[in-house]
Write a protein that binds this ligand. Structure first.
Ligand SMILES: Cc1cc2nc3c(=O)[nH]c(=O)nc-3n(C[C@H](O)[C@H](O)[C@H](O)COP(=O)(O)O)c2cc1C
Length: 242
């Protein structure tokens, strides 16, 4: 493995991070299937709460379906001209399935000592309880009242909405990993939240309770693509030191 302190790693990361831009106009060139696969493999390694990975990445390969998903993205040019569309789908129910798979994996693996097994079992039991009982509708008004008085509680992963928000924000890490991996392969991307979630959920037959935080367009930027200088808020305003 490379020395993580190697300045080349830093230079490469900066390059990838700056190469990734929201591109809204792609050329005719198709992204090779093996490159899409490779990028998805990296996205799968994204971190998630309790390693519960409450999401799926839907690679829309069928041409007709791709066209329909693009239309459902409010006809955005990024979607229409994309070579590939990835629909990021999140559902707390996926996490429950992951929890039991993870439990079985830990139990059957020699890589975990007794201490580690106890730690992971405890953690998984806690998550399973939250996911099973915490997703009941009754929590929603309770969290809503609590958040009214103490807004920092707004993100509690409780209730039928809070649990979906939790799943969605976990999914976003995979989305960003995917876009950075794409940039490293010279593939452009555009994250999109301008779409009809109901239409896409129906097209992909997503299970009940699934939300779609993002659709990602992949392709190669066309010569006409607008790529303005990357503007951000002043760092002093954004990075607060304590
Ligand atoms: C959650 C999210 C949703 C977005 N939705 C759209 C979208 O629907 N359409 C679009 O053209 N760009 C969309 N963008 C791209 C942003 O406009 C873009 O990232 C931002 O202007 C900064 O530009 P840069 O990514 O090139 O640095 C979205 C970005 C994020 C993170």
């Amino acid at each position: 493995m490379n020395n993580p302190k190697d300045p080349l790693n830093w230079a490469l990361f900066q390059l990838m991070n700056r190469q990734r831009r929201a591109i809204r106009d792609f050329n005719e060139l198709q992204v090779a299937d093996e490159d899409v696969s490779a990028v998805l493999t990296e996205a799968v390694l994204a971190p998630s709460s309790g390693n519960l990975q409450p999401y799926q990445l839907h690679w829309v390969r069928n041409l007709e379906m791709k066209q329909q998903v693009a239309l459902a993205c409010n006809g955005q040019k990024a979607a229409k001209t994309a070579s590939t569309l990835i629909v990021v789908a999140a559902n707390p129910a996926f996490a429950l399935k992951t929890a039991s798979e993870q439990r079985a994996y830990i139990d059957g693996s020699d890589a975990f000592g007794q201490k580690s097994k106890v730690y992971y079992h405890k953690q998984l039991t806690m998550f399973e309880r939250i996911l099973k009982f915490g997703s009941f509708f009754i929590w929603t008004p309770l969290v809503s009242v609590a958040a009214f008085f103490s807004p920092v509680l707004s993100l509690l992963p409780l209730g039928h909405l809070g649990s979906k928000h939790w799943a969605a924000r976990n999914a976003v890490f995979a989305a960003q990993t995917l876009m950075l991996a794409a940039a490293a392969k010279g593939i452009d991307s555009c994250p999109m939240e301008g779409f009809s979630a109901a239409k896409i959920a129906k097209l992909l037959e997503l299970p009940q309770g699934t939300v779609i935080p993002l659709v990602i367009a992949l392709g190669y930027r066309s010569a006409e693509a607008r790529v303005e200088a990357q503007w951000r808020r002043a760092e002093a305003d954004l990075v607060i030191q304590h």
